[in-house]
Design a protein around this ligand. Sequence first.
Ligand code: 3H9
Length: 687
Amino acid sequence: MTAINAVTDLSQDGEVAVLTLNSPPVNALSLTVREGLFEGFKQALASSAKAVVVICDGRTFIAGADVSNLADMLKDPSIEDIQKLMDGADRPVVAAIHGTALGGGLEIALCAHFRVAVPSARLGLPEVNLGLLPGAGGTQRLPRVLGPQKALEMITSGKPIRAAEALELGLVDELVAEDGLRAGALSFVRKALAGGRPLVRLRDRDDKVAPFRGKPELFETFRQATAKNFRGQVAPDWIVECVEAAVEKPFDEGLALEKQRFFQAAMSPQSAARRYYFFAERSAQKIPDVPAETAAREVKSVGVIGAGTMGGGIAMNFANIGVPVTIIEMKPEALEHGLSVIRGNYERSRGARPEETEKRMSLLKGSLDMADLKDCDLVIEAVFENLEVKKQVFQKLDQACKPGAILASNTSYLNLNEIAAATGRPQDVIGLHFFSPAQVMPLLEIVRGDKTSPEALATAVDLAKRIRKTIVISRVGPGFIANRVAMPRLTEINSFLLEGLPPARVDKVLYEFGFPMGPFAMLDLVGLDVIADPPGHQTIRGRMAEAGRRGQKGGGGFYDYDESRNPRPSPAADKIIEDFRIASGAAIKEVTDEEILERSLYLEVNEGAKVLEEGIAMRASDIDVALINGYGWPVDRGGPMYYADQIGLDKVVAKLKEFELKYGPQYKPAPRLERLAAEGKKLTGKS
Ligand code: 3H9
């Protein structure tokens, strides 16, 4: 075996050269990796070997470009330099794939003549998730294997496909035994040599694209069908343009266009924000004082207290991964109703097969007796938000549950430390704050009480990954992270109305910024009666609810709705707003769209700075992860903390001071924000 460099080896197995890459964690295409591959291919092709296999050690095949250092991609050798060697090879080159062949990794594999994979492997071009498009020939070679329609779907969705599907589609030539990739690849290449199998250079293939030449309808239809999904994103349109070029133009012209678009995308603020988010999501899972090797407890069965909307949704998360759940209610009718709502949710979910619904429902057991929780490894309480009630529930849980069982509360607001103190095992008490609907929303705030043990935290993180939630760790404080940071913006809408701003105008400004909907449309969706007005302080939302306008679910809200829940302006709502404004003596103000946006967003930035100062969130980027996944903050903007850094904290603070004078003390800049601004620093760390 010859070491090519620190991460690449070249060995000879009979007449086959085996180029092995080992660059943990995911064999990303850093400069060292590219040097190893380039030099390795050069040597293998200069040797007497009759074929070359490229394979990776560790958990995965190459997972793509090194996203932590994209600028480094400009240094030679480039991926293209490696691909030219592969394309020019006069003997079979085989990519042996396990784990994930993603982005630049799949683009390297597409330059091999053949691909073999283990059944658990997945292949994809996920660049779009990072605001990018494939930049090493993916948009040109994939359509030449799959045809343009499937290639468009794969590249614009970014979703990897499984090895079995890849085999069916001809993207993979053979599946080999799960634990025998190297042997399988060698045997494949020997068969190819013995049979004189012709080498397939994808850049030369035309059969899958030729039938679509001169037919722009395919691309136009695709653009129209996906326009809404890709609202505001730059990369998807360029992907369609490049795939169209793969059909219409010679390979090298398509490649040149792809390269140009890739660099444009890489320079875009959107891609910078999405790459920031990629690492933010991963660092949010790390707890500095809980080492990664902390043993998580095994969770094989779960209990849920409360079969309401929240409890039912929580239970579904576990049934979906095959974990049995015991659901406790106080009354048989409530239990029956809760279980039937869950069944209905399963039946209505897309692509639901009756046998799947039955399988999941069979994992859910209802009970009226807490003693039935005695064998559960974890119990999540989801009763209504009342501290005394929750304390009583936890006292009972402490009696009913076995030692070592984790007792979790789904509280969205209350003091977890007080709840934990009601038990004799505060070290096992934790907050698991799901967002509604719990079976759909991606965010899970894991709330760490003062006495929560490292093992309980490690167990919660492990479990959250199993149910595929995006995690943020919060300390105890009212509203934790997401609700607390989002609240000032949602509270300020009352002032907007008092200043005479129509709900539709405010909603439009925030929608155009990238939120899925504006605050008024969101309140209508959630229900105007969900939150009570604070004592002695009536809001227009509260007044609407009193007047029977509860939102989409009944009576309309800030808008009226037709049967298909399409909103339209509501004279009745406008009258309530106007009467309220006149009664309160508030004067109409001139407010620009820019001010609506700044006031809305900077209130969140300011609250985020307070949450950081108080130590509720560990990092600014955790706040961004929480708001993106809990409140629909557009990922293309990176979240409120990142966004403020891009604007410049000095500018944000100056505006907050201006708004404080103009609109009131709610805009007073947080001390941490002022300090960072004065020091020329950023919330997200780097200055
Ligand atoms: C591209 O390829 C462009 C080309 O078309 C053209 C170029 C010219 N770079 O997610 P995990 C780190 S764009 C750097 O926790 P999992 C990650 O931060 C790229 N680092 O594990 C983490 O580090 P740490 C297209 C990366 O098993 C560790 O690896 N490719 C990269 O749940 C483990 O990650 C993609 O978009 C990277 N590319 O999932 C693939 N990937 O331990 C992005 C991961 O310090 N990656 N890291 O926190 C993924 O989707 C998942 O990481 C993967 C593993 C499925 C691979």
